[in-house]
Design a protein around this ligand. Structure first.
Ligand code: CU
Length: 124
């Protein structure tokens, strides 16, 4: 319940901010990045971003199997994970903290080897 009301409040504040025009305090919305997963690809396979840029991956599982989207920083650390059933959609927020070659993969057994991998090039 509390979460629900907090969400309503945030939406109200967002609308108020939009109505007020370019308030200097209004945060930039995250960049929406569509991502489609299926057997056995992640599309697009190459994405670029800036350090600190807020990304909102809008992920659709268009396949017939469950898949996940796992985001790894250049050190190989997983920073975000979302699992999706077939025909399920979801959102994954990522704010790259360091420049370099990040990787997006499906961690289900064999899926990365079969081609479910994408690169996220993060520029300083
Ligand atoms: Cu998969």
């Amino acid at each position: 319940m509390a979460t629900h009301w907090r969400y309503r409040l945030e939406v109200a504040l967002l609308v108020a901010g939009l109505l007020a025009g370019c308030s200097p305090k209004a945060p930039e919305p995250p960049r929406a990045v569509p991502l489609k997963v299926t057997e056995f690809t992640i599309n697009p396979g190459e994405i670029s971003a800036q350090v600190g840029e807020r990304l909102s991956f809008r992920i659709a599982n268009l396949g017939v199997l469950e898949h996940d989207v796992s985001v790894h920083d250049p050190n190989g650390e997983e920073v975000a994970l979302l699992s999706l059933l077939p025909n399920q959609h979801g959102t994954l927020q990522v704010e790259p903290s360091m420049a370099g070659e990040w990787r997006i993969i499906c961690t289900l057994p064999g899926h990365e080897m079969a081609g479910m991998t994408a690169s996220l090039s993060v520029n300083p």
